[in-house]
Design a protein around this ligand. Structure first.
Ligand code: FAD
Length: 380
């Protein structure tokens, strides 16, 4: 670790020191061939970290990682936090697809796909939801026919975050209509740069387009890119959701210091006091409750959220993380009321964005069902 400290001092771009918002697995530079938010400093930071495998510290060097233990990787992340440095790379490849390839992928799949993720060259999106399959995900209908060594895809995905700037998609597709609906699903890796794929942006009221509809019209994937076996995709899909839900829940844990400063700072400005205890008891109570809940969640995550195979318990972290986050942003709105509301500023934008936290990755109602049935063993 001494060596890494020295390496960080020598290689971390000074422009990035103190710039991290500490937002977890999905807040930072996403890479990919169509990268839209690159700056010279971010690209340099990605390049130096990728050359040492430090974008995916726990993966083996053969897969583009650094081969660190979990403890060493946690120490590396703590060093970045201490310096206010952003992670060199974030995204669905690192947080979601990579872990399931490590668990379910063939050696060939790992060697072909993991290095591209760990170096930030290939950006992945998630093709799960369809117009008639959201909460009831197993109802998905996107058809996949297998011809020799190829899979031919026809159908539609929706709410595909950032599909327009991604290179590839991990998709759930229907390879059989026999038996229970979960039994005919396969998990396949699809290159989006081909003529059978159309990506249409969905424009939101804010003017932003964070999602797409994706249409497949006889698009092609390789049979060797079917992960976990034909009709076995439901198991892979659930494992990936465990990683996604843990990542959404954990986004809070690394933000505590900046969060405390932001909330207390906004309260001081709101009340017009520079130092000493805040003179509004109700506000003090609301801020303290928010910070205590976030600290409890951060401690819980450091105790249980570091698994290679997060199970249905990840739904608990997902609910707690997303609901606490919503409460925090509501509190920030309360503190900046009159200044922020309706304006195109960070506080309002963050608050509006937080409304989606209890929907993305599976709604809170669905998480409660999972906890009831698969964690507590209650029958329906
Ligand atoms: C910000 C954001 C990003 C997203 N990114 C992606 C992505 O990259 N890839 C992707 O595939 N999808 C993505 N999604 C889609 C997301 O997974 C779905 O929106 C979510 O699973 C809910 O599905 P739905 O929108 O079809 O709602 P529905 O399933 O129609 O649900 C509507 C309402 O009914 C409730 N409900 C439904 N069934 C039950 C039940 N059995 N018990 C109790 N209540 C129920 C739900 O809780 C919800 O309140 C994203 C969504 C958001 C908001």
């Amino acid at each position: 670790m001494d060596e890494i400290v020295k390496w960080l001092d020598e290689n971390a771009p000074t422009e990035l020191l103190g710039t991290s918002r500490g937002g977890g697995a999905f807040d930072g530079y996403w890479g990919g061939r169509r990268a839209v938010d690159s700056t010279p400093a971010r690209l340099r930071w990605l390049e130096v970290c990728a050359s040492r495998g430090l974008c995916a510290p726990t993966w083996l060097p053969a897969y583009g990682g650094a081969g660190l233990s979990r403890e060493e990787a946690a120490r590396f992340e703590a060093l970045l936090r201490e310096r206010g440095l952003p992670p060199p790379l974030v995204g669905f490849g690192l947080a979601m697809l990579g872990p399931v390839l490590l668990e379910f992928g063939t050696e060939d799949q790992k060697r072909r796909h993991l290095p591209g993720i760990a170096s930030g060259q290939i950006r992945w999106c998630q093709g799960y939801s369809e117009p008639e399959a959201g909460s009831d995900l197993a109802a998905l209908a996107c058809k996949a026919e297998i011809h020799d060594e190829e899979i031919v895809l026809t159908g539609q995905k929706v709410w595909t975050s950032h599909a327009d700037v991604c290179d590839c998609m991990f998709a759930l597709v229907r390879t059989s209509t026999k038996g229970r609906k979960q039994e005919g699903i396969s998990f396949v890796l699809v290159d989006l740069e081909q003529s059978g794929v159309e990506r249409r942006r969905i424009r939101l009221i804010s003017g932003a387009s964070p999602f797409c509809e994706v249409f497949f019209d006889e698009a092609r994937a390789k049979l060797s890119d079917l992960v976990g076996g034909r009709d076995q995709g439901w198991t892979v899909a659930k494992a990936l959701l465990g990683h996604e839900r843990t990542a959404i829940g954990s986004a809070i844990g690394s933000q505590l210091v900046s969060l405390e400063k932001a909330l207390v700072g906004a309260a001081r400005q709101h009340l017009g006091v520079d130092d000493g205890p805040l003179p509004d008891g109700l506000l003090r109570d609301a801020i303290a409750r928010c910070l205590i809940d976030e600290r409890c969640l951060a401690l819980t995550i450091s105790r249980v959220g570091q698994s290679d195979r997060p199970g249905p318990e990840s739904s608990v972290l997902k609910i707690a993380g997303s609901e606490i986050k919503q409460r925090r942003h509501a509190l920030m709105m309360r503190l900046t009321a009159g200044e922020g509301l309706g304006a195109d500023d960070d506080v309002t934008r963050d608050w509006l964005r937080s409304r989606a936290n209890t929907i993305e990755g599976g709604t809170t109602e669905i998480q409660l069902n999972i906890i009831a049935q698969r964690v507590l063993g209650l029958s329906t």
